[in-house]
Write a protein that binds this ligand. Structure first.
Ligand code: NAD
Ligand code: UD1
Length: 345
């Protein structure tokens, strides 16, 4: 019997100071696990651990400042840490940057993962949950809801780095059945912690829809640019499956429990199974925040598809997971985080 069977275990969160990792850290703390963050703070603020403590109403998590590509450090951390599992969030995530600098994406997202896997193998740490993405699917080849068996075919170096990382992990689990790997393909994470203490630190300008809308609502940007209104969707704008980051965090806790319970790994979509259009998101944000969110219609963004939403059947069957929060809660939590972050009343 492993330690997770008898008490809530110690979990190493690479990239745990980032957007998704910080929310998972709170969820793990609240479920009685002992998360430890390993992060190089390339894309996270130093005060995140203190803010995690506020959000969780508990102590600040232990933090190890390190780079996942440093094999010596990773082996030492894993050898000395007594971890029951690793959640691997560390990585880069901008599609546009990956097109301009593919070498960074293969170095960190793929090279970093192989260092982590080697260090885990060397230290007998064999449970891993991996942050993958819906970007591994060939969205053009899929008409409706995307199941885990849908055709794969990333459209960017970022997507390829995720798919290759998945393959490394599946090969490892096949070679050594004592490995248990949970591959979680996120759809569109959105929102922030309900307390407003943690949330996303977007690029400047933000790449993604919700943080951009948030900055229009706060007055930092004049208007939202809606990329295309001539798609074959109900209102002509792009449709995506936005999942509240708190739901996503619950999905990780469920994945960890399933690895233990089932004794084998899984590849699972994490989304709501429903799509929302750009204009629906804009309207919800304006309503919830009580702020004006002006917009203008612009040409389609290269590489975008009309719609992308998940088939959530396997998440229900394998993890017992179902998203609870809708877009109003995503917008409300994003707004309280944005107000706090930008010092608005
Ligand atoms: P994030 O940038 O907020 O978090 C990533 C964290 O990793 C940051 O804290 C950063 O400092 C850290 N990091 C980066 N390189 C590192 C390195 N070499 N060593 C140690 N730490 C390093 O991103 P996020 O949104 O929290 O995403 C987490 C994971 O989920 C990523 O792997 C991302 O590709 C994946 N993902 C994110 C989304 C999304 O929309 N946010 C969607 C699908 C998948
Ligand atoms: C993008 C990435 C995907 C990544 C995901 C993370 C691309 C092609 N894909 O997906 O790999 O996993 O982010 O969340 O970049 N939109 C606007 N105006 C904006 C921003 C977005 O109209 O300023 C529209 C887009 O055209 C799209 C929708 O909003 O229809 C969502 O866009 P975005 O948040 O960038 O997510 P994805 O494109 O789904």
């Amino acid at each position: 019997m492993s330690r997770l069977d008898t008490h809530r275990g110690r979990v190493l969160l690479t990239g745990g100071a980032g957007y998704i990792g910080s929310h998972c850290c709170v969820a793990l703390m609240q479920e009685g696990y002992q998360p430890v963050i390993l992060d190089n703070f390339a894309n996270a603020r130093r005060d995140v651990p203190d803010r995690i403590a506020l959000a969780a109403n508990g102590p600040a998590p232990q933090v190890i400042e390190a780079d996942i590509r440093d094999r010596t450090v990773m082996e030492t951390v894993l050898a000395e840490g007594g971890f029951d599992a690793v959640m691997h969030f560390a990585g880069l995530k901008s599609v546009a940057e990956s097109v301009a600098h593919p070498e960074r994406y293969f170095d960190i997202n793929l090279g970093g993962l192989t260092v982590l896997v080697a260090a885990m193998a060397a230290t007998d740490t064999r449970r891993l949950i991996f942050s993958s993405s819906a970007t591994v699917y060939d969205a053009r080849a899929t008409g409706g809801a995307i199941s885990e068996d849908a055709p794969l075919g990333p459209a960017s170096p970022y997507g390829h780095s995720k798919l290759l990382a998945e393959k490394v992990l599946l090969a490892q689990a096949e070679a050594d059945p004592s490995w248990r790997v949970g591959i979680l393909r996120y759809f569109n994470p959105a929102g922030a912690h309900g307390t407003g203490h943690i949330g996303e630190e977007p690029a400047d300008p933000p790449d993604n829809l919700m943080p951009y809308i948030a900055q229009v609502a706060s007055g930092r940007r004049a208007r939202l640019q809606v990329f295309g209104d001539d798609y074959d969707t109900p209102d002509g704008t792009g449709v995506r499956d936005y999942i509240h980051v708190a739901d996503l965090a619950r999905g990780h806790v469920a994945s960890l429990a399933a690895l233990e319970r089932d004794g084998r790994g899984h590849v699972v979509n994490l989304g709501t199974g429903r799509g929302q259009s750009v204009l629906e998101m804009r309207a919800a944000y304006a309503r919830v925040s009580g702020r004006e969110v002006s917009f203008e219609i612009r040409p389609r963004r290269p590489g975008d598809v009309a719609q992308c939403y998940c088939d959530a059947t396997r998440a229900r069957a394998v993890l017992g997971f179902e998203a609870r929060h809708g877009i109003d809660e995503m917008c409300a939590s994003s707004w309280s985080w944005t107000r706090r972050r930008e010092g608005l009343a």
